[in-house]
Design a protein around this ligand. Structure first.
Ligand code: C5P
Length: 240
């Protein structure tokens, strides 16, 4: 069995290095992987990644790249140079962009003699529903069908996995196979506030459905005792 500690990712959605550092202090020894997203990276840049790594943590760099293949390949090369463990990109950037990212990750890992980050595709943002897909993006499919289509595109183009809401895990696991890495946000321990997450699941349910990693932000970072909140989630994960 995989240690739950290797499957929990805490989202450091804070505005400064000082706030990130305070959380890292409180979670030291309990959580080993941290997500740096657009807020913290925009505020603090690569120093946020280095701060986590200096304390022995692994980094999930969630910047959701979406640009022409050359630009995305360049960004993936720099993320690989920073030795992040995982990164995200939009599957809707298309197969040329996804392929360029996968190739850049491999080549840069070799060039900088470091690990190849997992390239994770974002499919349909959970803020989009079927109506928005249809009206605004001219996509006639259900959200689930579009999620599966984009994940298949990403897989064929060399991505390693995708970010998926709890509701999508089962279909992705069935459709994309055992090796596909599934990273799931929107996880809430039983009895806690959903915040603005529309589709939530408990940690144990998300793992049972087939997720490899869970991303948890506010239930841990906003708790009066973040370390205790993380331990409660890890205990729930251990029952899956
Ligand atoms: O605070 P909370 O647990 O809701 O944080 C969830 C994290 O997962 C945030 O950093 C957010 O960017 C990310 N995320 C999400 N929903 C998605 C994709 C990513 O909440 N569909």
């Amino acid at each position: 069995m995989v240690d739950p500690r290797d499957r929990l990712i805490v989202a450091l959605d804070v505005e400064s290095l000082a706030q990130a550092e305070a959380l890292l202090d409180r979670l030291h020894g309990v959580v080993s992987t941290f997500k740096v997203g657009t807020q913290l990276f925009t505020a603090a840049g690569p120093a946020a990644v280095e701060l986590i790594q200096k304390r022995g943590g692994r980094v999930f760099l969630d910047l959701k790249y979406h640009d022409i293949p050359h630009a995305v390949a360049g960004a993936v090369r720099e993320a690989t140079r920073l030795r992040v463990a995982m990164l995200t990109l939009h599957a809707s950037g298309g197969s040329a962009m996804l392929q360029a990212a996968a190739t850049a990750a491999k080549m840069a890992a070799h060039e900088f003699n470091g690990p190849k980050p997992l390239c994770l595709a974002v499919t349909v943002l959970t803020s989009l529903d079927r109506g928005a897909l249809h009206r605004e993006l001219n996509v006639p499919l259900s959200v689930e069908a579009q999620v599966l289509d984009l994940a298949r595109l990403a897989k064929a183009a060399g991505s390693d996995g995708s970010v998926a809401s709890p509701q999508e895990i089962r279909a992705l696991r069935m459709g994309l196979g055992r090796e596909w890495v599934i990273v799931t946000p929107g996880v809430r321990p039983a009895g806690s506030a959903a915040d603005d997450q529309a589709r939530v699941a408990t940690p144990e349910a998300a793992l049972k459905a087939g997720a490899n990693y869970l991303v948890v932000g506010r239930p841990i970072t906003g708790a009066p005792d973040p370390q205790k909140a993380a331990r409660v989630i890890l205990e729930a994960m251990a029952t899956a």
